[in-house]
Design a protein around this ligand. Structure first.
Ligand code: 6R9
Length: 651
C-alpha cells in the first residue's frame, strides 16, 4: 500500500437504534463488553461453559509459543454430541433441526432425534469403511442434509473433514484431497442447479485417479441420474448407512484435536489448508451465533444462505446453530430458480425470523427490483445479517427497508476462514448501527487499525485491520506448513495477526472495512479504497452494483476504472456515465472520480460471492485473463469482454 495511508473519503450520518423490544430481551447486553475487557480469558472460559464437556477444561489459553495457540487444552468434548445428542437428552428431540428445501421443490423436515439417528448411522458406516480418529475425509456434496450429516459424522469420530465446494473442478478437488491425504471421499451422484440436475461424481472419478490415498467413495443418491460405478471402491450411502445400528457412543476428544481443514484459494500459489480445532472453535461459533443473531432457539427460524463448502456454512449452518439447538432452513438452490422471488417465498413458507446472507445477493435483489420481495409476507423477520464483503451503505439501507420492513437490526459481520467465527459486528440489542460499517470487535475480541509502522491510527484515518490478541476459534496453522502460517499472517506486523484487509476508523472510532489491500488503488499518490468508490456509485439511484479497479495510467499511476450494473429501470448512456463520474466526485472528492465507467450485466464473483477484481484489472489493462477456476460462472468474463469498447476511452 506504499506509505500513504488509506484515504477516508466516505462519510455516513445515518444511525439506527436497536429496537426497544429486542434490546429489552437481548441474549447479550452491553455489560458483556465490560466483562470481557476486565477479564478476557475469564470471559472466554465462561463462554466455553455453554458447551457440554466430558472433561471440563481448567486451562484457558496457552500462548507460550506464539502464534501457535492452545485453547482449553486439558478439556475433552465431542462436537457432534454438543450439536445433536445433548439436545435430544434435554428433551428437544422433536424440535426441527433442519427444514430442507430442495431446488426442485421437494422438502423434508428433520428433527433433532432424526438427525441424531442419521449422524450415528453415518458414523457407524464411516467406521465400517475404515475411518478412524485423525483420518481425513473429503466431502464434495450439494446443499442437502447429508452434507451436514456427513460433517457431524466425521466430527463424531474425530476424523477431520475437508469440505470442497461442489462447484470446484476435478483438478481443484484433487489438489485438496492430495494435500490432506484424505482416505474417504463423500459425494453425490449430482445436485440441482438452476432447474437442472448437475452431475458431481464424474469430477470425483477424475480427481481420485490422482489420489492414491483414497480407499472408498461414498455416494449419496440425489438426482438418480446415470452413474458410472467403480466396484470395490464406490459405495452407495443408502446401501451402507441405512443398515447401520442406531447407537454409537461418542468419544470425547481433546480440545485441540483437529476438527476440519478448509482450503482458501487466495490469489496466488497453492491453496492454503486452514486448520481448525475442536474446543475453542465450537466455543466461539456457538457464542457468536447466540450473541450476534440473538437466537431464541424455542421460537426462531434461522436461515443462512451460504453454501456448506464455504466457512460461513461450516460455522453458521453446521456448528454454531446446531450447538445452540436452532431450527434452520437449508436450501439447495439459487435465488432465481424457478423465479426471482424464491428466497422470499421460503422466508414466508417457514416463517424465517433471522436471515444471514451476502452483500452480492442483496445487490442482486436490488437490481431485480423492489416489487419482488414486496409480493411476499416477510413480517416474521426480526434480525438480518450480512457477510462476505463490505456492504455498501445503500445496499444496507435497501436491505433494511425492503427485506427488514424498516424494523430489523442489521448485523454486518466481519470475519474470515482463518478467524473461524465472527470477529467484528454490531450486537442487535446493543449497538446503534451505521449503514456500511461492521463497527466494533465483539466482546472478547481485540482488533484495531494500524499504519505501515504498526501504530494504531487515530479516529478518522485509514490503514490495515489487525487482530491484537489470540481468539478461541483462530486457525491453528496451515495444514502441513507452519512456516507459511507464520509468513502469511504474522510477519507483516510483529505480534499481530494481519487479516489482509484495509480498514478505517471513523470519527467515532467505529471500524469500516475497505476491501482487500491487494485491491487498493494508488491514484496520484493517494491510496483509495475500492469499497468507498463502489459505495459511492451504488448510492446513485441508477446503480445496483459496482466493482472498481485501478488500471495502469501514464499520468496518475493508476486510474479508477468502474464496472457498473444498472438497476432494472435505468439504461446505459454517455450522459449517465458522466453523471456517475460527477456523482462520485461529489460524494468522495475529485481524487476518487473514475476515469472510465463501463456498464455490464454481470460481474465476476467467486462461489462465496466475492467480486474478483483481479480479473477486471486484467480486462481494464487489456491483458489475457488470469486463473478463472474459482468463478461461479466463467462465461461472465466473455460477456464483459464482448461489451467493452476495443480501445480505452480517452477523456
Ligand atoms: C466469512 C468469510 C474473508 C474476507 C475478509 C474480507 C471479506 C468478509 C466481511 C468482509 C467486509 C464484512 N469480508 N466479511 N469484508 N465486511 N462483513 O467471508 O470468509 O471467505 O475467508 O473471506 O471476506 O475481505 O478478509 P472468507
Amino acid at each position: 500500500m506504499n506509505n500513504a495511508s488509506l484515504a477516508n473519503l466516505l462519510h455516513e450520518e445515518r444511525r439506527f437504534a436497536p429496537p426497544a423490544a429486542l434490546a429489552a430481551d437481548a441474549n447479550v447486553t452491553a455489560d458483556a463488553y465490560e466483562k470481557a475487557d476486565a477479564d478476557r480469558l475469564g470471559f472466554w472460559a465462561e463462554q466455553a461453559r455453554r458447551l457440554s464437556w466430558a472433561v471440563a477444561p481448567t486451562e484457558t489459553l496457552d500462548w507460550s509459543d506464539p502464534p501457535f495457540a492452545s485453547w482449553f487444552a486439558d478439556g475433552k468434548l465431542n462436537v457432534a454430541y454438543n450439536c445433536v445428542d445433548r439436545h435430544v437428552e434435554n428433551g428437544l428431540g422433536d424440535r426441527v433441526a433442519l427444514h430442507f428445501e430442495g431446488e426442485p421443490g421437494d422438502s423434508r423436515s428433520i428433527t433433532y432425534a432424526e438427525l441424531q439417528r442419521e449422524v450415528v448411522k453415518a458414523a457407524n458406516a464411516l467406521t465400517e469403511l475404515g475411518v478412524h480418529a485423525g483420518d481425513r475425509v473429503a466431502i464434495y456434496l450439494p446443499m442437502i442434509p447429508e452434507a451436514v450429516i456427513a460433517m457431524l459424522a466425521c466430527a463424531r469420530l474425530g476424523a477431520p473433514h475437508s469440505v470442497v465446494f461442489g462447484g470446484f473442478s476435478a483438478e481443484a478437488v484433487a489438489a485438496r484431497i492430495q494435500d490432506a491425504d484424505a482416505k474417504l471421499v463423500i459425494t453425490a451422484d449430482g445436485g440441482y442447479r438452476r432447474g437442472k440436475p448437475s452431475a458431481l461424481k464424474p469430477a470425483i472419478d477424475r480427481a481420485v485417479t490422482k489420489c492414491p490415498t483414497v480407499e472408498h467413495v461414498l455416494v449419496v443418491r440425489r438426482t438418480g441420474g446415470p452413474t458410472v460405478w467403480h466396484g470395490g471402491r464406490d459405495v452407495w450411502w443408502h446401501d451402507i448407512v441405512d443398515r447401520q445400528s442406531e447407537t454409537h457412543t461418542p468419544e470425547a476428544f481433546p480440545a485441540e484435536h483437529p476438527l476440519f481443514i478448509l482450503y482458501t484459494s487466495g490469489t496466488t500459489g497453492k491453496p492454503k489448508g486452514i486448520l481448525h480445532t475442536t474446543g475453542g472453535y465450537l466455543t466461539q461459533v456457538s457464542y457468536t451465533h447466540h450473541a450476534v443473531f440473538d437466537l431464541k432457539p424455542e421460537t426462531d427460524v434461522y436461515w443462512c444462505t451460504a453454501d456448506v463448502g464455504w466457512v460461513t456454512g461450516h460455522s453458521y449452518i453446521t456448528y454454531g446453530p446446531l450447538s445452540n439447538g436452532a431450527t434452520q432452513v437449508l436450501y439447495e438452490g439459487t435465488p432465481d430458480t424457478p423465479h426471482q422471488g424464491r428466497f422470499w417465498e421460503i422466508v414466508e413458507k417457514y416463517g424465517v425470523t433471522i436471515l444471514y446472507t451476502a452483500p452480492t445477493a442483496i445487490r442482486t435483489f436490488m437490481k431485480w427490483g423492489d416489487h419482488i420481495p414486496a409480493e411476499y409476507d416477510l413480517s416474521s423477520l426480526r434480525v438480518l445479517g450480512s457477510v462476505g464483503e463490505p456492504i455498501n451503505p445503500e445496499a444496507w439501507v435497501w436491505y433494511r427497508e425492503h427485506i427488514g420492513g424498516g424494523r430489523c437490526p442489521i448485523v454486518d459481520t466481519w470475519w474470515q476462514t482463518e478467524t473461524g467465527a465472527m470477529m467484528l459486528s454490531p450486537l442487535p440489542g446493543v449497538t446503534a448501527t451505521k449503514p456500511g460499517s461492521a463497527q466494533l470487535p465483539l466482546p472478547g475480541i481485540s482488533a484495531t487499525v494500524v499504519d505501515d509502522d504498526a501504530n494504531e491510527v487515530p479516529d478518522g484515518a485509514g490503514g490495515y485491520l489487525v487482530l491484537t490478541e489470540p481468539w478461541p476459534s483462530m486457525l491453528r496453522t496451515i495444514w502441513g506448513d507452519d512456516q507459511r502460517y507464520l509468513d502469511t499472517y504474522w510477519s507483516r506486523f510483529e505480534g499481530k495477526y494481519f487479516a489482509g484487509d484495509g480498514a478505517k476508523k471513523d470519527e467515532d472510532g467505529d471500524i469500516w472495512l475497505l476491501g482487500r489491500v491487494d485491491d487498493v488503488m494508488l491514484v496520484s499518490g493517494h491510496n483509495i479504497s475500492t469499497t468507498e468508490v463502489e459505495s459511492a456509485l451504488v448510492s446513485h439511484p441508477a446503480v445496483a452494483e459496482a466493482a472498481v479497479v485501478g488500471a495502469n495510467d501514464p499520468t496518475t499511476g493508476q486510474a479508477i476504472c468502474a464496472f457498473v450494473i444498472l438497476r432494472g429501470t435505468a439504461s446505459e448512456s454517455d450522459a449517465l456515465a458522466e453523471e456517475l463520474r460527477t456523482h462520485v466526485a461529489g460524494e468522495l472528492g475529485p481524487i476518487a472520480k473514475p476515469k472510465r465507467i463501463l456498464t455490464v450485466t454481470a460481474l465476476p464473483t467467486t462461489r462465496s460471492g466475492k467480486i474478483m477484481r483481479r480479473l477486471l484489472r486484467d480486462v481494464a489493462e487489456n491483458r489475457a485473463l488470469g486463473d478463472v477456476s474459482t468463478l461461479t460462472d466463467a462465461s461472465v468474463m466473455d460477456l464483459i469482454q464482448a461489451a467493452l469498447p476495443t480501445a480505452p476511452d480517452e477523456d
